[in-house]
Design a binder for this molecule. Structure first.
Ligand SMILES: Cc1cc2c(cc1C)N(C[C@H](O)[C@H](O)[C@H](O)COP(=O)(O)O)c1[nH]c(=O)[nH]c(=O)c1N2
Length: 219
């Protein structure tokens, strides 16, 4: 099944307008059928040995979200102290989560023992199950964008806080806590770029031909 030009344009529009959302969430609930489409997209991600190691915990309970927000605040304070003075000041000004503003959270986990112990494709690089889970997260992110729903990944929180809040078994890895909700708007550039934290690298600096550091196409 080929993708035609109109469909291709829509895919690239979704990719290039995807944003990490923190401050623009609205409280509008997400209909079950929309959530279902987004999670189905996540569940159709590639996975090493077709392991499908992911699970999606949908979080709507206010007390649970408040526990996770508190965990973020503790981790955020620890993190601010890791930067040098001026960077630490800039860091403290950044909004880096929308845990309570978003109507929903989705915790994405990886069961590293699923369908194991020997998994095709994972025999040499065991971390491929974690990478597979991140593929599901990116599918989820793009599907959400196509539904005009914002996603904000919050990694500044210790796993034990989320494990306790969501009763996640010890042997299950937490890969992401995502804030999910409709938004007032999508910014046209990353917040971190807009606030001068880092700029997007030139694409050319990320492309090498035949060996590292060979950026010119000498073929
Ligand atoms: C693995 C991982 C973990 C995080 C993120 C992303 C990814 C991939 N990002 C979002 C990140 O800052 C954002 O993607 C970049 O700044 C680029 O912006 P856009 O996503 O293009 O809007 C993110 N953002 C944030 O505000 N708090 C966070 O804890 C994190 N953590």
């Amino acid at each position: 099944m080929n993708i035609n030009q109109t469909e291709r344009d829509a895919v690239y529009k979704t990719i290039f307008s995807r944003r990490d959302v923190r401050a623009e969430f609205k409280s509008d609930p997400i209909p079950d059928d929309v959530l279902g489409r987004i999670l189905k997209a996540a569940h159709h991600a590639p996975s090493v040995g077709f392991m499908q190691p992911w699970d999606f915990i949908v979080v709507k309970n206010q007390q649970t979200k408040e526990k996770i927000k508190h965990g973020f605040e503790l981790a955020h304070a620890q993190s601010a102290a890791m930067f040098t003075d001026d960077k630490s000041q800039s860091y403290k000004k950044l909004k880096l989560e929308g845990i309570l503003e978003s109507p929903m959270g989705i915790c994405v986990t990886c069961d590293r023992s699923r369908n194991g112990p020997i998994i095709l494709g994972r025999t040499i690089k065991p971390e491929m199950d974690l990478y597979s889970t991140v593929c599901a997260i990116q599918n989820l992110w793009l599907a959400a964008r196509a539904e005009n729903i914002g996603i904000g990944w919050v990694s500044i929180v210790h796993d034990d806080v989320i494990k306790e809040a969501l009763q996640i078994p010890d042997d299950i890895n937490i890969v992401a806590y995502l804030c999910v909700g409709y938004v007032s708007h999508f910014n046209d550039q990353p917040d971190l770029e807009k606030h001068g934290w880092l700029a997007r690298r030139p694409l050319e600096s990320a492309i090498h031909f035949d060996s590292w550091n060979n950026h010119s196409d000498n073929k």
